[in-house]
Write a protein that binds this ligand. Sequence first.
Ligand SMILES: *Cc1c(COP(=O)(O)O)cnc(C)c1O
Length: 467
Amino acid sequence: MKLIFEKSVPGRHCDMLPKCDVETVALPESLRRQTPPALPEMSEVDLSRHYTELNQHVHGVNCGFYPLGSCTMKYNPRIDEEMAALPGFTGVHPLAPAYAVAGCREVLDTAKRYLCEITGMTGMTFQPAAGAHGEFTGVLLIKQYHKSRGDEARTKIIVPDSAHGTNPATAAMCGYQVVNIPSAPDGCVDLEALKAVLGPDTAGLMLTNPNTVGIFDENILEITRLVHEAGGLCYYDGANLNAVMGVVRPGDMGFDCIHMNLHKTFATPHGGGGPGACAVGCKAFLEPFLPQSALMDEPGHLQVRSFAGNFLVVVRALTYLMTLGREGVPEAARNAVLNANYLMRAIQGTFDLAFDRTCMHEFVLDLSEYKKETGVSALDVAKSLIDYGMHPPTMYFPLIVHEALMLEPTETESKETLDWAADVFRQLYELGRKDPAYMQEAPHNAQIGRPDEVLAARHPVVRWQKA
Ligand SMILES: *Cc1c(COP(=O)(O)O)cnc(C)c1O
């Protein structure tokens, strides 16, 4: 498809401005552009068709199944968008005086109350722009806490090898040394390995629970107890909260602070870079170290982002929470777990399960044996799924499973969709045995087949430049 710039025809336009009824004043020459801006020139219908065509080339939750593990690509109810589009929210100025934005403050306060209730925390900030930023904020709380006690010898953060890549990156960004511990064969934290690294230099532990292989760590209370006993704090990566919200609380598991990816768990359309928002919650003793944003605070407070963060994502999250209510939130979590287990068992018997046990909201397939037998890799299967109109699952993550495909169907999919998805996996399993070459060249019906991912990551071309 052509870029909008390539469709441009000089002189074409679709603006219909009223006739100017005030005196025109010419800008001084020094303030004027030397060359006109390279903006595309189009008629309204061509413009409209351009965006419709773009829309047809992307895959979103509204197009089809999107089981991207660890990302919670659930359906986002339209009412969330309607609320976030209310002019009272979209038109508010970040520097408006507090008395003029009492409604916005109430949104933040109510969302905070609900999310604290769900997580078992007492303090919260909505400043961070996404999960990774929230981790950074949360680990800074831990750092400030130790510092406030003069306990400067704590220089290490423990991170299991199954962690999301952002966890070690966060710890390093906060100036900590990262201590990796291996997982036990069941995918959970290896208690002996944890004990071996705990000590007076432990600042804290960062943990995802349920973890990145979709398993709820049965030793969670023992884990947080051990870390506290060593004088460290426990950080909960809440990206997987969709599995447990309203059912169990990280605060009760012994965690001191948590981040929630509002865009994942609490229904904001995400992917492709945004928009996101993160709530960082903490226990009372960490509250003094929270960024003092809320809304329209006096200047001079510690902030990790401007103003109140991505406020409209919080509006969506609150709408979502209020729509589901006290009964609906745990029901969503339970259905997410049910759907994942249903799909896992429906696929079983074809590709190997990385861990053959009841999972939480997601599960991981291990294609290493299959690849040895057929030459078809996890990547080839992922690419083949595109031809069926399914978004590929997360690939090659977590790193502890080789040839991993990680599926998270979410609670919003029907049994029919799950049956269809399982059937596609079964078909591909057979196809790889019969015609591996075909799958190694997939996708066959996509706009873009197999881009050079290294090149795309190292030298991304994200800007059109006039020839
Ligand atoms: C998505 C995710 C993150 C990072 O969140 P972003 O909003 O993408 O920055 C961190 N940890 C886990 C386990 C995740 O799934």
